[in-house]
Design a protein around this ligand. Structure first.
Ligand SMILES: NC(=O)c1ccc[n+]([C@@H]2O[C@H](COP(=O)([O-])OP(=O)(O)OC[C@H]3O[C@@H](n4cnc5c(N)ncnc54)[C@H](O)[C@@H]3O)[C@@H](O)[C@H]2O)c1
Length: 251
């Protein structure tokens, strides 16, 4: 039984919400009373997920590649036309990229990881923050990773993109501190989702061995932290980094 977090009357966007961590966040937000727009580049899966969740609350699916800025603006307009306002933005869409040393890392893959994980989050913030400023209310939750703090070997693009997202959180949080807009990020260790299939088995085993809790973090555990960060209770912390790495990173 989860604690009650009040998101009643709030309108949220969860990027990459069709599956994995994003889906768990969408579910938790719906359970907390928010309306949720699932933004995902896999529109068919986003629609399927939205259909599965519709008994739990107001949910819509929107097909968008967050790496494409004009597409993000279009998705914002579609969402505003349906919801009328946006209170919460969760930048969760992300990819892992190949497991490779930095000097052998494929150039195109490096650009792709940055384009989705870092540019994509920037694009969504850029497109939605002016609306939040106009309302003097907003909560932005960026799903970074412990990789962004620690720098995982054979995952330089992923780690650097998540370090960039942590810094984006800090800069934007400070820029918006005079408003009732909180910008925070979460840094999970490994969760058992499709994303892990992009890394080698040996790599995932090594990552898990670094976690004192000795297990994968559950997507529901990440969603619980995201729900708090997205709530009006999270009214003072901004530009912050919430750790959820089972003891791996103690900072
Ligand atoms: N799984 C983990 O171990 C782990 C740990 C720490 C952080 N994270 C982060 O959590 C987030 C979610 O990861 P997950 O494990 O649920 O992954 P996942 O692969 O299960 O789901 C990712 C979702 O994002 C969507 N997506 C990918 N690229 C997109 C794009 N360009 N535009 C729109 N949607 C896009 C996919 O279609 C998919 O639905 C990612 O940012 C990831 O880096 C994951």
């Amino acid at each position: 039984m989860s604690n009650k977090i009040d998101l009643n009357g709030r309108f949220a966007i969860v990027t990459g919400g069709a599956q994995g961590i994003g889906r768990a966040i969408a579910e938790r937000f719906l359970q907390s009373g928010a309306a949720v727009a699932i933004w995902d580049r896999d529109l068919a899966l986003a629609k399927k997920t939205a259909a599965e969740l519709k008994t739990r609350g107001r949910v819509m699916a929107c097909g968008v590649d967050v790496a494409n800025y004009p597409g993000v603006e279009q998705a914002r307009e579609t969402t505003l036309a349906a919801f009328g306002r946006i209170d919460i933005l969760v930048n969760n869409a992300g990819i892992g990229g190949p497991t490779s040393t930095t000097w052998e890392y494929p150039l195109e893959a490096w650009r792709q990881v940055m384009a989705v994980n870092l540019d994509g989050s920037f694009h969504c913030c850029r497109a939605i923050v002016p609306h939040m400023i106009a309302n003097n209310y907003g909560r932005i939750v960026n799903i970074a990773s412990v990789a962004g703090k620690e720098g995982n070997p054979r995952a330089a693009a992923y780690s650097a993109s998540k370090a960039g997202l942590i810094s984006l959180t800090k800069s934007l949080g400070k820029e918006l501190a005079a408003y009732d807009i909180g910008v925070n990020c979460i840094t999970p260790s490994s969760a058992k989702t499709d994303l892990l299939k992009q890394f080698t088995e040996d790599f995932v085993k090594t990552m898990l061995a670094k976690v004192p809790r000795g297990r994968f973090v559950l997507v529901e555990e990440i969603a619980a932290m995201a729900a708090f960060c997205a709530s009006s209770d999270c009214s003072f912390t901004t530009a912050g980094v919430f750790d959820i790495s089972g003891g791996r990173a103690t900072y």
